[in-house]
Ligand binder design. Structure first.
Ligand code: SF4
Length: 251
């Protein structure tokens, strides 16, 4: 017994006590900032393999960005990535960072359905569907529930069946073969339910956006409640995004 207590004391706390105020360090890349410095904008946009950068004025769409850092390496005076991991939003347009923006990514509270906070404010069970994912976001979703991040402390957990779930978290670009299974899983969840897109592939199709092998038609008739950027998304981005969506008073 004494030995076990010594081991616990030696190991210290395994969990992160305050998931809302963790300080991450570089090279983690979170919310980008774009300065007003004059550069060859087209050359900057051409660097991005995912078409995440628009010009005149310059903006960067985190829903398309793989956070590879190439643009900031080539134009360090124009684009830098902060370590701000709170980049999720319930509004797709809020993921687009414009020149001169230094504000945190915001949620539009008015657009959150009443039943979401009323029903899922203390407990939320999610079903994860990998719709052609590469196992990166899936791994981070798993990490969100590990001993360090311990998402379960907020009553947020993954279930094995959509029938026991309150919502779906989609990863991957939604391939043709996974379009129907995703629809079946979504339909199997009882109302009210939420629909979450996790990672650049799910949000925009990512590198596969123009591929004939994907079928994103489901997004035409389902309202997305939460967009979680990243490639893959960081567990802190995932957890804070879900908390901002479902919890009313958490700072
Ligand atoms: S960090 Fe994002 S915006 Fe910049 S080049 Fe990579 S994918 Fe494109």
């Amino acid at each position: 017994m004494i030995k076990e207590i010594k081991v616990i004391k030696h190991n210290g706390k395994q969990y992160i006590p305050d998931l809302r105020n963790v300080k991450l360090r570089a090279p983690f890349r979170g919310r980008p900032e774009i300065s007003t410095a004059k550069v060859d904008e087209q050359a900057l946009a051409d660097i991005c393999p995912l078409g995440a950068i628009s010009v005149n004025p310059v903006s960067l769409d985190m829903g398309k960005c793989a956070f590879c850092g190439e643009c900031s390496f080539a134009f360090p005076n124009k684009i830098k990535f902060t370590q701000d991991y709170k980049t999720s939003s319930n509004i797709r347009e809020n993921l687009i960072v414009k020149e001169g923006d230094t504000n945190a990514i915001s949620f539009c509270k008015d657009k959150i359905r009443n039943e979401v906070r009323k029903t899922f404010g203390k407990s939320l069970k999610l079903r994860q569907v990998s719709a052609g994912g590469d196992n990166s976001c899936e791994t981070e979703l798993g990490a969100a529930g590990n001993a360090n991040f311990d998402m379960g402390r907020y009553g947020i957990e993954f279930t094995a069946s959509p029938r026991h779930a309150d919502g779906i978290v989609v990863t991957g670009p939604i391939t043709e073969n996974m379009a129907e299974p995703l629809r079946i899983a979504y339909d199997a969840i009882p109302e009210p339910k939420i629909f979450v897109l996790c990672g650049v592939d799910a949000i925009s199709g990512g590198l596969f956006a123009d591929s004939k092998a994907i079928n994103r038609s489901i997004l035409k008739d389902i309202k997305v409640d939460l967009f979680i950027p990243g490639n893959p998304s960081h567990p802190l981005t995932i957890i804070n995004g879900i908390l901002d969506l479902t919890r009313k008073f958490m700072k």
